[in-house]
Design a protein. Sequence first.
Length: 396
Amino acid sequence: MLAATARVAGDLDVAEECVQDAYLSALDAWTRDGVPRKPGAWLTATAKRKALDILRRDKVFRAKMPMLVEPVEAAPDEPEEESVPDDRLRLIFTCCHPALAREAQVALTLRLVCGVGTGDIAHAFLVSETTMAARVTRAKKKITAARIPYRVPEAAELPERLDAVLSVVHLLYTTGHTAPSGADLVRNDLVDRAVHLARTLRALMPDEPEVRGLLALLLLTDARRATRTDADGRLLTIEEQDRSRWDADLVAEGRDVVLGAFRTGRVGRYALQAAIASLHALAPSYADTDWRQILGLYDELLRTWPSPVVALNRTVALSFVDGPRAALAEIRDLRRDGRLADYHYLPAVEADLLRRDGRPDGAAAAYREALDLVDNDAEREYLNRRLIEVTPPARP
């Protein structure tokens, strides 16, 4: 709906307003007349009509008319061939316009196309919600001011937008895999949407190694979905999960896909992350995890993608190879860096390392710091459990 309406309105804010108005109209009309045979088409037609009404009222209809017409390559009696086959994926490629800064592309697309809240997007980018809201607003204004057209990119334009699109799908999955806020650990709707988009991308661009890498990463990670919480919704770490309940078909598919990505000889950050996920998935038990090979992959990933989050994740592997104290030294460097100051996983990882190193008082302080930063109820309950474990009982 948003994609079709934006093409008519030429303005994202107007398009969003018209889509919302269409839903309001549906509440009234469908209550009175019943749900139409094709509700999606009804809503889209209503939103587009409202956009045209706004253009007429603003007396710019004639000026905007060229934006309503898109060139048709196929003959009138032949179906037009789209370079991107999926509606949502088309709009993602459209919003990831190279005229916008990369973070603006990704944030705008997550907000408008994927339904991720501004606060959750801010969490993914490690910035405040106010900062992220301002970025989204600036991106929409730039689209309007620069007259960036709302059209599906041609096939030749897709590769230059691919990295941003992969970032969108990856962050969409990450946001669903562990919801930044709310009562549930997993948002199944976002996870399913991201996996569907990754599969569609693979069908669209089967020879791109990073498309393969992203799909493999999502499949191998998603294989554990059913075991990440217990019957009461409590978070279970990978060490606590029942590996016999992991989805063996997804693991096998993900492994085949990541091997295909490595065979191309062009290995990027998603393929490297998928290889790490594959080693976790294929280990018969937590104790049998090949931490040394995982550490080597993290070293390569950090060279490919020098992210503080990658550096933090690497400390876990390092702790199982060289011991928790070696990892704690890396944690101190990350604290001095400052970019993860509001990232609750930093003190959470530090707390676990201190617990394993036999320092319960330091672990308790770090768990409390993590609790002050976390917004997801399942993660909060898990951190509270850990805090209780390292806190000695009060004396009577």
